[in-house]
Design a protein around this ligand. Structure first.
Ligand code: SF4
Length: 383
């Protein structure tokens, strides 16, 4: 007799916007694994799980959901103490799975994220079967999202996206990173701008929301303007629902770091990256999506909003920063990267000796290239 399954797989990644989502792992790793800035799955090969095994994971989630909701009080709130009392006698893996379901339900029990890095690489029929089963077993779900590589997504037809939407897939996140073919080739993204556009158009034609990621600075100084302008061209062609900013950091140990060490790429400064964001905003006329700055890695976290109606206020914030004296800009960059402030105006809240120490630090860095390297080094801890 088989023992009853009491745990389910939980993969390593999800977008920050899915922090409260239930995580259902339908694949493991990434089919590409070659992007030069990424170290996520370097020691793992891609694996797709069988539909049967995914259904068993969903069954476990549904069991835990039933158990957790049995501790619902009259006002609808979950009795946390009673829920967590069930930890007694559970293994650590069981606790992790049970707690994820509890946290999900405590946050409304509405969103599910299908992991990992390129889940739609499996045959569409398999994803459809999983989606239908998931929606049937956990009826409180309102939104299901997943990650997909643009190259993979470009091979799925608009008709297939319609079926995926009907079965319950609502949003696809895709790391476009850039719309420049030269940048995409340099970072070995394995996709072209044309494929990004095909993917984006098919997804939107299928009625699924599209959330793409843009990396200001990923092409280095030489390709900085092109990175912004070509990304704007791709965004204009698609008008994604979300463009999420992930300012580039070149992390030690990656292929891009080796390029930097060998002199094949010069680091973009914080100001270069901001200039790319400004160019993007200025050149996406007619787009109505949302520019999201949902990562601490972006220098001006509050530069976000609707690409049409919030355009002027986003540009005004960037201009305000650029109008600061160069020393003040660097004081802010350092203070922000050391976690002391969020906005340029916050510098006024620092004490005199803190400002003095920051200024001594700024003045101690020999030149602009060393400064950019210093900022990049601090930011490595953020990703
Ligand atoms: S497609 Fe995504 S997960 Fe795969 S290597 Fe590139 S960045 Fe990493």
């Amino acid at each position: 007799m088989h023992e009853k399954q009491t745990t389910y797989r939980i993969g390593p990644i999800r977008p920050p916007s899915e922090a409260n989502s239930l995580l259902l792992q339908i694949t493991e790793g990434c089919t590409w694994n070659r992007c030069k800035f990424c170290s996520l799955y370097k020691h793992e090969s891609f694996r797709a799980f069988t539909v049967d095994s995914i259904k068993k994971d969903i069954d476990v989630m549904a069991e835990y959901a039933k158990l957790v909701t049995s501790y619902q009080e009259e006002d609808g709130a979950l009795n946390r103490k009673a829920v967590l009392a069930k930890f007694d006698g559970m293994t650590q893996d069981e606790k992790n799975c049970y707690y994820l379901v509890y946290r999900w339900l405590a946050n409304g029990g509405e969103n599910v994220f299908l992991q990992d890095g390129n889940s739609l690489a499996v045959k569409t029929e398999r994803v459809l079967e999983v989606l239908r089963y998931l929606r049937e077993k956990l009826p409180s779900i309102k939104r299901v999202t997943t990650y997909g590589r643009a190259e993979t997504l470009s091979k799925i037809s608009a008709e297939e996206y319609v079926s995926l939407k009907e079965a319950g897939l609502d949003r696809i996140h895709s790391g476009f990173e850039s719309g420049s073919d030269r940048v995409l080739a340099f970072i070995d993204k394995g996709v072209t701008a044309e494929q990004e556009i095909i993917a984006g158009k098919n997804i939107k034609a299928g009625g699924i929301e599209l959330s793409v990621y843009f990396m200001p600075g990923i092409g280095g100084k030489e390709l900085s303007e092109e990175n912004a302008m070509e990304t704007a061209r791709v965004v204009r062609a698609i008008d994604p629902d979300f463009v999420r900013l992930r300012s580039a950091v070149i992390k030690a140990g990656t292929g891009l770091w080796q390029d930097f060490m060998d002199g094949r790429i010069r680091l973009c400064s914080e100001n270069d990256k901001l200039q790319e964001i400004k160019l993007l905003i200025e050149n996406v006329q007619g787009c109505t999506g949302y520019l999201a700055s949902d990562h601490i890695i972006n220098l001006l976290q509050k530069v976000e909003g609707k690409l049409d109606t919030d355009r002027e206020q986003m540009l005004a914030q960037i201009e305000e920063y650029f109008s600061l004296p160069p020393l003040r800009q660097k004081l802010f960059q350092a203070a922000r990267r050391y976690g002391m402030v969020s906005e340029p105006g916050d510098l006024d809240l620092l004490q005199k000796d803190q400002l003095n120490r920051l200024e001594a630090f700024v003045r101690s860095v020999a030149d602009e290239a060393s400064w950019d390297e210093k900022m990049n080094e601090i930011m490595m801890d953020y990703i």
